[in-house]
Write a protein of this length. Structure first.
Length: 510
């Protein structure tokens, strides 16, 4: 990685953007130089997404100037930005699942492959072969995008952006990657960054990630935003993660990130969840375990170990072939999420946007969604009770929102996640299944989520958790259930201050 000073290629100066009740960007400066990787970091709501939307023409600034390759530009829309060589790979992706890899590569630009009025698939294949080799994709070009891994989808999107910039004759395109490693394995992450270092020879890359270690290790320069303003900029070489975290949130963090001092010792006799002989063909063999009142049990294993499917069967989203799930002494109906919820089980899904929230409803409406019966006054729901309940949990969960009436679709990822948690806190559940609760949120929001998880435990709520990292599993759990190849291969106690070592867990997983 290089730290040498280069002439700017793209300059955004004094960029300001406001929405009703909030200033998203306040006179922000952002500079892109040729052939560099810029790490753009900040809390959820810091302004990163808005700045990138302006950079790709999806949003127009209220004030400020954009200078690209020495001349002032106005980016009218993403297609216009692409003509200037600027493109973005979004966190949720933008490929068409039922089209092939090759069809997605050239979608809407097939006209360049027409000969005598007919589409030359041979010419498309030859071009696609070179572009896919560039990003180390070896899958058959005719494979549907729905059938490939998230890592391959990401590489196809990068290849598409590189090809489009070449099509428009733009040297040194600007590629924006939004949380590119969220759903990748460790090996896939290593491959991605090796490819990015190679691509950097012909492009500039803006890397947005909450994984600060990978930002430090793979960027040339780091830009930090907070509350819609520039905080600082630093070379990645020699940067300290603790310093970056402090700049992002405005204060230092304590050493006890997971609030282990607040970990309670659960009552051995009171079990909120009992799983007996649960099994699903092709996913996991018979498994039995329990979760006590106020206990945090972490389910650990590699992708494909069966842990995800176990949780889906516990919360009724999938139907097991054998075994029983007992919640609060009641046997649950297999494959019935409504029975699980009615019996006192909550679920924080990995995909909060499509499964955890009603994005077209307000923050208050989402928080109150499960407790409307409790908020009635007579036959009707009381507006005052709705308002008071929502306000209580918005404050308790530290949800950053202009108002309780703000649509959830307009919140940052971390605040959307905290809204999901607030909804279940309000509903007074017995058991909460948390599927990667901190995925895609910043370091400040993570600390708020850790605090809320401990609060739930103190209230006596049992929790079954799948975390993003082994560090989180070790830090949060009272016990760890370790799965491998569809089997429960180990159970480890994790008392405060006497945690198992990561090597103990890894030895079981692999």
């Amino acid at each position: 990685m290089t730290t040498e000073k280069k002439e700017p290629m793209f300059e955004l100066r004094g960029i300001t953007k406001s929405y009703p009740g909030v200033v998203a960007l306040d006179a922000v400066d952002f500079v892109v130089s040729p052939n560099e990787i810029i790490g753009l970091v900040g809390e959820n709501g810091a302004g990163k997404s808005t700045l990138m939307k302006i950079l790709i023409g999806l949003v127009q600034p209220d004030a400020g100037t954009l200078t690209l390759r020495g001349r002032s530009v106005t980016l009218k829309d993403p297609a216009d930005a692409m003509r200037y060589g600027i493109g973005m790979v979004f966190q949720d992706g933008s490929l068409v699942p039922n089209l092939s890899i090759m069809e997605n590569l050239f979608l809407c630009h097939e006209i360049g492959f027409r000969k005598f009025g007919f589409l030359s698939r041979r010419a498309m294949r030859e071009t696609a072969r070179g572009m896919l080799e560039r990003v180390m994709v070896s899958e058959d070009q005719d494979t549907r995008i729905a059938e490939v891994t998230p890592a391959v989808r990401q590489m196809v999107e990068i290849a598409r952006l590189l090809w489009l910039s070449r099509l428009y004759g733009q040297a040194n395109p600007i590629l924006i990657l939004d949380e590119p490693t969220t759903v990748l394995t460790e090996g896939e992450r290593d491959t991605l960054f090796a490819i990015l270092q190679s691509i950097k020879k012909e492009a500039s890359i803006i890397l947005i990630s909450h994984r600060l270690q990978e930002v430090v290790e793979n960027s040339d320069r780091i830009v930090i935003l907070k509350d819609g303003r520039n905080v600082t900029e630093m070379p990645a070489s020699g940067a300290q993660i603790t310093d970056i975290e402090q700049q992002m949130v405005g204060h230092a963090f304590t050493a006890d990130r997971y609030l282990e001092d607040e970990q309670i010792v659960p009552d051995d006799e009171e079990k909120v969840l009992e799983v007996q002989g649960l099994a699903k063909r092709g996913a996991f063999e018979p498994i039995s375990f329990f979760v006590r009142k106020g206990e945090i049990v972490s389910l650990v294993g590699l992708v494909g170990s069966g842990k995800e499917e176990v949780c889906r069967c516990v919360n009724g989203l999938a139907k097991a072939d054998a075994g029983t799930v007992i919640l609060g002494g009641k046997k649950l109906t297999p494959g019935s999420p409504s029975d699980a919820v009615a019996s006192g089980q909550g679920h924080i899904p990995i995909d909060r946007r499509s499964e955890g929230l009603a994005l077209g409803m307000t923050v208050a409406e989402n928080v109150n969604l499960l407790v409307l019966a409790r908020l009635r006054s007579g036959l009707l729901v009381s507006p005052a009770r709705e308002r008071n309940n929502a306000t209580q949990w918005i404050e308790e969960c530290r949800i950053k929102t202009p108002s309780a009436g703000t649509l959830c679709a307009n919140l940052s990822g971390g605040n959307q996640q905290k809204t999901v948690i607030a909804k279940w806190l309000s509903s007074q559940v017995k058991l909460l299944v948390l599927d990667h609760p901190t995925r895609g949120v910043d370091v400040g929001a993570k600390d708020d989520i850790y605090r809320l998880v401990r609060k739930l435990a103190r209230q006596g709520i049992g929790m079954l958790v799948m975390c993003d990292t082994l560090e989180e599993d070790l830090g949060l759990g009272n016990r760890m259930l370790v799965m491998k190849d569809g089997r429960l291969v180990g159970e480890l106690d994790c008392p405060p201050k006497r945690k198992p070592s990561p090597k103990d867990v890894i030895g079981l997983i692999v």
